[in-house]
Design a protein around this ligand. Structure first.
Ligand code: FES
Length: 154
């Protein structure tokens, strides 16, 4: 990864991409989702403050452990004055995300274990298939066609 000299306070999207390892398209996506921001030059080119590098590292690290972008955005928005996350911020947030990840890992383990039963089955039944309805989310209060009016009321 190329180094950016300390005296450079703003980065082009290419520099940000090269230094962070994130594709330019991903950076644009993060920007459209409000995770990072830039200013425009008179020539309408994006310039990112240097601390965007740390923000992108934070986003990518969180994504790597399976945190959805919406959750990452909420976490970043809660930081005072939208400052760049510090080491303490990461420690605090990753602790909060841990139980969410533990739950997701449990669900994935359950799905993996049930997948063996589904191989060669293919029923995908809303009532009984462990892949289509792993937690029997409808079974507790509704079944079959009764789901349609329920959807319309939302
Ligand atoms: S595909 Fe039949 S039980 Fe899942």
């Amino acid at each position: 990864m190329p180094q950016i000299p300390e005296k450079v306070h703003e980065l082009t999207v290419g520099q940000l991409s090269a230094r962070s390892g994130a594709a330019v398209s991903a950076l644009h996506f993060y920007e459209t989702k409000g995770l990072i921001s830039s200013r425009r030059t008179s020539g309408n080119q994006r310039r990112y403050s240097r601390d965007t590098l740390r923000r992108v590292a934070f986003i990518r690290a969180a994504q790597r452990v399976g945190i959805p972008l919406a959750t990452i955005r909420e976490a970043l928005a809660e930081l005072p004055e939208e400052r760049t996350p510090t080491r303490d911020d990461w420690a605090h947030l990753s602790e909060a995300w841990r139980s969410e990840l533990d739950e997701r890992i449990k669900q994935l383990n359950r799905l993996r274990d049930h997948l063996t039963d589904c191989i060669g089955c293919g029923c995908l039944s809303l009532d009984s298939c462990v892949l289509s309805n792993p937690d029997d989310v409808f079974g507790d209060h509704l079944t079959g066609s009764r789901l349609l009016p329920e959807k319309g009321r939302r």
